[in-house]
Design a protein around this ligand. Structure first.
Ligand SMILES: O=c1ccn([C@@H]2O[C@H](COP(=O)(O)O)[C@@H](O)[C@H]2O)c(=O)[nH]1
Length: 270
């Protein structure tokens, strides 16, 4: 998907919500747990209920890898089920020597048709480059993450600034705003204005609203640009809005609430 196609979706639907499919069999409604294809069936109903209120789905691969072959198959079926209008993200946090990253890129961009994959930058350029070489695919590099551990490396001083700042500027020169996004945690709202100066045109994938307590209003105020430039992810707050039989209806309602707030922050047009 191109940037223009993504922004057309955002402005026509009035939302920049990304629903995170962090599907955990111990958290889905009891009546679905015995279903022979429970992971996919849960996702199918969540997608049907939320697709009008979001422009993207993020599949965190850990939740599928945890179930072995059956989990991997459920992930493949889920990404194939998501409407082509929606931007699909494999939250896999890959990155290895170039020869190996090439295989990761094939797995997520060819064997499965994800639009984007999250990548850890710490093995350097050759580990990121194979993902960037795909036309109309996106590499989403970890910038300043939402977790407490961000302070252990990302927020350590590295020369003139923080390590995450060096990641933004250096990785930014490897790609461009049409193929490279950064992960910036919603819990890091104080840093957003500075981050926008360092990566002024890139889209940010922003996890951390909902269960982690980040503020949608703060992020939107500090980091939105004329074509939006934000995909804000909510996983647990949407998909587990209810764990009863009405789970899909409640997930749709939660997504609708986020979308209504997002509409109020979007500029008039791109
Ligand atoms: O900095 C990061 C990077 C990735 N994540 C992932 O996003 C979702 C957040 O889930 P919630 O339930 O909405 O908290 C999850 O898949 C994380 O692994 C992140 O939270 N922070």
């Amino acid at each position: 998907m191109t940037r223009q196609q993504l922004t057309e979706q955002i402005f026509s639907k009035g939302t920049y919500l990304c629903v995170g499919l962090d599907t955990d069999l111990t958290k889905i409604p009891v009546h679905l747990r015995q279903h022979p294809d429970a992971l996919f069936e849960f996702n199918r109903q969540i997608i049907d209920a939320t697709k009008n209120y979001c422009v993207s789905y993020k599949i965190n691969t850990a939740f599928y890898e945890a179930y072995g072959v059956k989990g991997w198959e459920a992930m493949e079926r889920t990404v194939a089920y998501i409407p082509k209008t929606h931007f699909t993200i494999a939250d896999a946090k890959r990155g290895d020597i170039g020869n190996t990253s090439t295989q990761y890129a094939r797995a997520f961009f060819e064997a499965m048709d994800f639009d984007a994959i999250t990548v850890a930058p710490y093995m350097g350029e050759d580990s990121v480059r194979p993902f960037l070489e795909y036309a109309h695919k996106w590499t989403i590099v970890l910038g300043l993450t939402s977790n407490a551990g961000a302070k252990d490396f990302e927020l350590q001083q590295a020369g003139e600034g923080f390590l995450y700042e060096k990641v933004l500027t250096t990785v930014g020169s490897w790609g461009n705003p049409d193929n490279l996004m950064f992960v910036v945690g919603a819990t890091q709202a104080d840093a957003f204005a500075n981050i926008r100066k360092l990566a002024p045109q890139n889209f940010y994938l922003v996890p951390g609203v909902g269960a982690q307590g980040g503020s949608l209003a703060d992020i939107s105020r500090e980091a939105m640009i004329s074509d939006c430039g934000l995909l804000v992810n909510a996983s647990r707050a949407v998909i587990y809005a209810s764990t009863a039989e009405d789970f899909a209806v409640q997930a749709g309602a939660a997504a609708q609430t986020y979308a209504a707030e997002m509409r109020s922050y979007l500029p008039a047009k791109a």
